[in-house]
Design a protein around this ligand. Structure first.
Ligand code: CA2
Length: 143
């Protein structure tokens, strides 16, 4: 399951200097193509609402093998999303388009990173592609 958090629906329409010019639809298409190369299926969902993201994480349990998540600003605030990830205990990779460590101090802390396999930040859409590759590789090594 691929989860996109708040405001990521604005991609391609605002702040291209930070987040690039691709839309969320473009990113989902690129991820779908990449997934096919690896013989896996993905389901992509974006929400601006913390509870919806929590619900989606719960629904991933039993239906999906792993989670690729850009929780947007909730990365830095949401104990609820972290608890949901801990609760379902699915392998999770955290991604960010921008390098959060080059930005404001409040973006340097992630509630998700300690419960994720790993984090990829700063490579634009490549962060998602690399994150998907890392997640698939991790899952294939488990089986
Ligand atoms: O770099 C990332 O991927 C972020 O997760 C993006 C979040 C930000 O709060 C995180 O610190 C880092 C913000 C997403 C907002 O996306 C927009 C896209 C276009 C226009 C406005 C916002």
């Amino acid at each position: 399951m691929v989860l996109h958090g708040p405001n990521l629906n604005l991609l391609g329409q605002r702040e291209p200097e930070i987040y690039g010019s691709l839309t969320l639809g473009d990113i989902n298409s690129l991820l779908t193509q990449e997934a096919k190369k690896h013989g896996v299926e993905i389901f992509c969902l974006q929400s601006n609402h913390e509870g919806n993201l929590v619900d989606a994480i719960h629904q991933a349990f039993g239906s999906y093998q792993g989670i690729l998540i850009n929780a947007g600003a909730y990365t830095h605030t949401s104990v609820a999303i972290r608890d949901a990830l801990t609760g379902v205990n699915l392998p999770t990779v955290e991604v960010h388009l921008s390098n959060v460590y080059r930005r404001e101090e409040f973006r340097h802390h992630s509630y998700i990173a300690p419960v994720a396999i790993g984090q990829i930040s700063g490579f634009g859409v490549q962060s998602y592609i690399l994150g998907l590759q890392a997640l698939v590789n991790h899952l294939k090594n488990l089986s």
